[in-house]
Design a protein around this ligand. Structure first.
Ligand code: Z5A
Length: 220
């Protein structure tokens, strides 16, 4: 299977959305559903997923106060992704495992493309050259910016965390991220399913599992 120059990987599932949309929560529900059926499941995240890519994540989220150029940010995201794909995702898929990634290339189109204003053609060139694969199914957790802020503030208060470099962006930035994701969903309606992430966590997880079940029936 291929999506343009990309090879579609049916067992690669990705979760996308703005901050605080509930990706981590949904990822656990999907993992549990697959594990219960005896599947080998690898859960991972971007940026990150390998020791080197996690170090790049650290640089991306805390640049020590130095301004980060949008192209630097994009190239670091893709450096981490290339490493992640080569070291973790492709080997897991090759042994027949399912891979669930908390974020993947759609995030670069939404954050660095739609929100930072970088050229989509350049992102496509990086995706084709340095990534080469596309998920079979992507669940986009769509949530309004104000609700997302309230959730992450609540979590930070509970856990004593603080917003990172990207989380400190203004609401307008996150509005553009949201629009960017929805535009991707409109462009790839077969792959990207949009979930209403404003619902209670259990309802969002149920919707995610229903999409996964329908997707798996389609593969059979
Ligand atoms: N980034 C990028 O710019 N370009 C790229 O190519 C990639 C990433 C790959 C780090 O990603 C940053 O990198 C991210 C995008 C950028 N920056 N931002 N913003 P990340 O995925 O690690 O960061 P994040 O999106 O900010 O993660 P997050 O805040 O942990 O979001 P989440 O995983 O979607 O949310 P959660 O942890 O599952 O839930 C957040 C809180 O809400 C928590 O207290 C939950 O208990 C609560 N929650 C969850 N679901 C619900 C519902 N349904 N109702 C009520 N409360 C809920």
């Amino acid at each position: 299977m291929s999506a343009g120059a990309l090879v579609v990987q049916p067992r690669l599932l990705t979760l996308e959305g703005g901050e605080g949309a509930g990706k981590t929560t949904v990822l656990r529900a999907l993992r549990d559903a697959l594990v219960q059926e005896g599947c080998d499941v690898v859960c991972t995240r971007e940026p990150g997923g390998t020791p080197l890519a996690e170090r790049i994540r650290g640089l991306l989220l805390d640049a020590g106060g130095e301004p980060v150029h949008a192209h630097t940010e994009l190239l670091l995201m893709f450096a981490a992704r290339t490493q992640h794909v080569q070291q973790v995702i492709l080997p897991a898929l090759a042994r027949g495992a399912w891979v669930i990634s908390d974020r993947f290339t759609d995030s670069s189109y939404a954050y660095q493309g739609a929100a930072r204003g970088l050229d989509t053609g350049f992102i496509e060139a990086l995706e084709t050259t340095a990534v080469g694969i596309s998920p079979g199914l992507t669940l986009l957790l769509d949530l309004g910016v104000a609700s997302a802020r309230a959730r992450t503030r609540g979590r930070d208060l509970l856990e004593g965390g603080a917003p990172d470099r990207i989380e400190r962006e203004r609401d307008e930035f996150f509005e553009r991220v949201r629009e960017g994701f929805l535009a991707r969903a409109a462009q790839f309606p077969g792959r990207i399913r949009v979930l209403d992430a404003s619902l209670e966590a259990d309802r969002v997880a149920e919707a995610a599992m229903a999409h996964l079940a329908a997707y798996r029936r389609g593969l059979a």
